[in-house]
Design a protein around this ligand. Structure first.
Ligand code: NAD
Length: 418
């Protein structure tokens, strides 16, 4: 079954925000200000394809809020990218950065394209043109993009190079998630998946779940899902099911994720991994497991899927994988959520480390990176867990109240200009 796209990501983001603000006494005008994106850029641009023909593409860059610092947020290449989706993702970045205590506002970008249908040369031309179109917004001081679905370190290197050519000197700090050769950080590629593992283990501890007895299912086997599956397997959990856009695989005795990574690198998919049973993306969400890690796209756990989900713990590797209706059904059943703005914040945290290293032109070891990442992830998890317990609210609402409060403190300290 294809991933559900029946809902508006912005509606989900706004409903989550509204649920949290019910616990904060905020002025109505301030609430409206916090909900409204600061600026939204839509670009339509031509790319010369390898066959010599011109093809038009549409891209976006949205800045949600800049009160706490320059904006930060990934760039997505996917055929279903819309302004509504980019807007929601930008808002989630504002709360995520505030929650992690990282001095950034939220942004997001995207191009409506299936990158798998382009040659490397076409992908490079598209990236350089899109980077040029959005260069009125991006800069090391103002807005720093990073990879998201369908983009990768190579694409970040092309953005960095394009921006640097315009400036006349190398500007590594304009993007994060770059290859190490051009100022990337140790540990950045694995950061989001590693952060998912840190928060999931912490939640498992709170629920008294021993890794050796824990069955894990992961939807999406890309940068986030692939590494999260690997890390959970390295921690001794039984990874029973994984999937990608081509479908899923299941083995109740557990998959050898190390071997699966090699299979995927060879064949480009997890499907047909020896010793596994073929399932689809719907089966994956409802398979017998204790921990479910949705790490593909938004809106996959809706009110139709939720009643059949078997996991006790949902670790949101993806941004916005649960609709409000889906989440409500699962919360009623006592399922614990590690909300996306906490669970997958390892990526932006190490992106922040990369930016800091670029600005000071001084690089840290992988050990230092992972240690600092672990500290920040655990500290943030504990802060959210404590609020959830004290106020008897769910983890997402707790995370939002903390993040929104921090942004409100910044608004109040700065005042409204003029
Ligand atoms: P990716 O492109 O590396 O991987 C995406 C995975 O999802 C791939 O395995 C792909 O095959 C699969 N997929 C795509 N469409 C699918 C479909 N219709 N059904 C099932 N699977 C499908 O992307 P990523 O960077 O791993 O991002 C995944 C999610 O994590 C997104 O929600 C993204 O916003 C979020 N995220 C990513 C990062 C990061 O650092 N990369 C950080 C925070 C959040």
């Amino acid at each position: 079954m294809a991933i559900s796209r029946r809902y508006s990501a912005s509606d989900v983001a706004q409903a989550q925000f509204a649920k949290a603000t019910a616990h904060l006494q905020l002025d109505a005008g301030l609430v409206e200000y916090l909900l409204t994106p600061k600026r939204e850029l839509i670009v339509h641009f031509p790319v010369t394809m390898d066959n010599g023909h011109i093809r038009m593409f549409t891209g976006y860059r949205v800045h949600h809020n800049t009160v706490k610092g320059p904006t930060k947020g990934g760039i997505r290449y996917h055929p279903d990218v819309t302004l509504d989706e980019v807007r929601a993702l930008a808002m989630w970045m504002t709360w995520k950065c505030a929650l992690m205590n990282i001095p950034y506002g939220g942004a997001k970008g995207g191009v409506q394209v299936d990158p798998k249908t382009l040659s490397q040369r076409e992908l490079q031309r598209l990236t350089r043109r899109y980077a040029t179109e959005i260069s009125i917004l991006i800069s090391p001081e103002g807005d720093i993009p990073a990879p998201d679905v369908g983009t990768n370190p190579q694409i970040m290197a092309w953005i960095m190079d394009t921006y640097s050519m315009h400036r006349g000197y190398s500007t590594p700090a304009v993007v994060t998630g770059k290859p190490i050769a051009v100022g990337g950080s140790q540990g950045r590629i694995e950061a989001t998946g590693t952060g998912v593992m840190f928060t999931t283990l912490e939640a498992m501890k709170a629920l008294d779940m021993a890794p050796a007895e824990t069955r894990v299912a992961v939807q999406g086997f890309g940068n986030v899902g692939g590494i999260a599956a690997l890390r959970m397997w390295e921690q001794g959990c039984r990874v029973v099911a994984v999937s990608d856009v081509n479908g899923g695989i299941y083995n109740g005795r557990g998959l050898d994720v190390g071997a699966l990574m090699q299979h995927q690198a060879r064949s480009g998919t997890v499907v047909d991994f020896p010793g596994s049973e073929r399932i689809d993306n719907h089966d994956l969400l409802i398979c017998p497991c204790d921990v479910l890690i949705p790490a593909a796209l938004e809106g996959v756990i809706d009110e139709l899927v939720a009643p059949d989900v078997q996991a006790r713990l949902i670790a949101e590797g993806a941004n916005g994988p649960c609709t409000m209706e889906g989440e409500a059904i699962l919360l009623d059943r006592g399922v614990l959520f590690i909300p996306d703005i906490l669970c997958n914040a390892g990526g932006v945290t190490v992106s922040y480390f990369e930016w800091v290293q670029n600005l000071q032109t001084f690089f840290w070891s992988e050990k230092e990176i992972v240690q600092r990442l672990r500290e920040i992830m655990l500290e943030s998890f504990q802060a959210v867990w404590q609020i959830a317990r004290q106020k008897e609210i769910d983890m997402r609402t707790a995370a939002y109240t903390l993040a929104i409060r921090r942004v409100v403190d910044a608004v109040e300290a700065r005042g409204i200009y003029p």
